[in-house]
Design a protein around this ligand. Sequence first.
Ligand code: AMP
Length: 597
Amino acid sequence: MGKTIGIDLGTTNSCIAVVEGGQPVIIPNEQGGRTTPSIVGFTAVGEQLVGDTAKRQAVTNPTRTIISVKRHMGTEWNVVLDGKKYIPQEISAMILRKLRKDAENYLGEEVTDAVITVPAYFNDIQRQATKDAGRIAGLNVKRIINEPTSAALAYGLNNGSQQKVMVYDLGGGTFDVSIIEIGEGVIEVLATHGDNHLGGDDFDERIADFLASEIHRQYHIDIKKDITAIQRVREAAEQAKKELSGSKSTTISLPYLVQNGSTAVHFEYTLTRAKFNELICDIIERTVIPVQDALNDAGIAPSELGKVILVGGSTRIPAVQEKVHQLTGIVPSKNINPDECVAQGAAIQGDTLSGGTLQVYGTDNSILLLDVTPLSLSIETVGGVATRLVERNSTLPIHYSQVFSTAAPYQRSVEIHVLQGERPMAKDNKTIGKFKLNGIKKAPAGVPQIEVTFDIDANGILKVSARDLDTGKEQSITITNNERMSDAEIEQAIRDAEQYASQDQLRKDALEIYMKAQQLLSKVDQAVAVAGKKLDKPEKKQVKSDCETLRKLSKKQPGKASQEELDAMKNAIQVLEQSSANVCEIFEKMNQDAQNG
Ligand code: AMP
């Protein structure tokens, strides 16, 4: 099996990684860069440029350059160039094709399998569009995973203790903050907020505007009118910004920037970090409300956070890091490059999916569950009831067990009827599997302990097993996604469940009343037979009469009883519970005494 690469398909930049020698490593692009601008350009002669080359010609060729296509994923947006219409999936596919090629050059083999990350807030349509883009690029998208989840994987947090983590992601053009909960093998996004138009580009623009005003002040020239000059200023602004992440001041030098009459302007300016901070402080401040909203939605205080992870190139800015510290009281983790950790996490997930092992984090190769079950899963129990073991929308992977017993005395086998759907009665749900557990130890009804376990892995493959806890006998079946419901069937099932909700509830209530009546009658009959002699005559007569009343009322089929008849049964149950309390207590005591010898 070939390698599965991890792709962080970003708004501004994209990054690819792969697991090699048990470690996630970043795959450099053709130009040696560790990230690739998510930019596509079409030259006048129809040549397609992707990445750094597209970025370089962006200013001089703005109408034929597409930036931030990620913002359009899942929308009706399109662009027409040279008479051909391109939809977002196709533009994204061009970026993905370039990334795939870079990966193939690096690995020296064909690459088809990939895990691609998306923002946690992406809806189904946006996720599907991303998957389709991958398919157009010739990739088999094994999984779409959430960016904050991926970052957490890169930090190896899935192998640590259970905790809640904040992922603060400030990239080139977007800001996302997510609160995630990490459990055993499961990472769940609890809340996510952000601003789709906030990021490093805004910082560059502030510096560029400031420099333009300086040039105007010194030379009375408006460079904004000169497309090449302003492009150079913008590039210098970004460069200065990056340098200020490591040093307290930097000198911007732009020789031959513009002509001032007959002389060339050689512009130079020393920008300090303090001045830069002053220029951008209100932009950083705009991240505060989303952080607070995310914490509120997750229902936690900053003090409950175990860690804060920084993602996105702009989190290298010291003032951003200080703001995050100030907001959470936690020094953010930054031991993995913030612009690389999402791709690294995707590579780790890809490696896990293709059966690799990561020594670096000492994982046991347990698959991470990042998906959810579309419908509830249940088994049929007494009276045709669908007893739920897994709720709809539960996060995968799932391991859940529940102990059941037999309904009839000396029953030697049970049938496990596995169902999918939202309806309370078994017959209204879809049967997805059936199997028998034989060889149950001979015992009265309700005594054997049959443990039924549902295991669903990250790929949605369900294994149901049943085990007699007494004899250790076990039987199981495996049900793959294909045998489960199609998308159309799932939608129909959800619609049906809503439509029949009240009717179903009524039937379920009726059945419960009937079952309660049967159990009570059987218990009281037994108690009266064994301990009846200890009662005085009127009490015994009363209990027997109350039993008869309830027995008569429960003659009708549960589905045919009217609401009045059900109410009468409920009432009769209550009456019998009261009148038989004494005899039942005596019976239980006799039983206990007998057990104690
Ligand atoms: P991303 O979308 O995560 O690739 O982030 C890209 C943004 O991060 C761009 O605006 C970059 O200018 C910015 N960036 C990259 N490196 C640094 C750095 N050292 N300091 C400040 N910003 C940076």
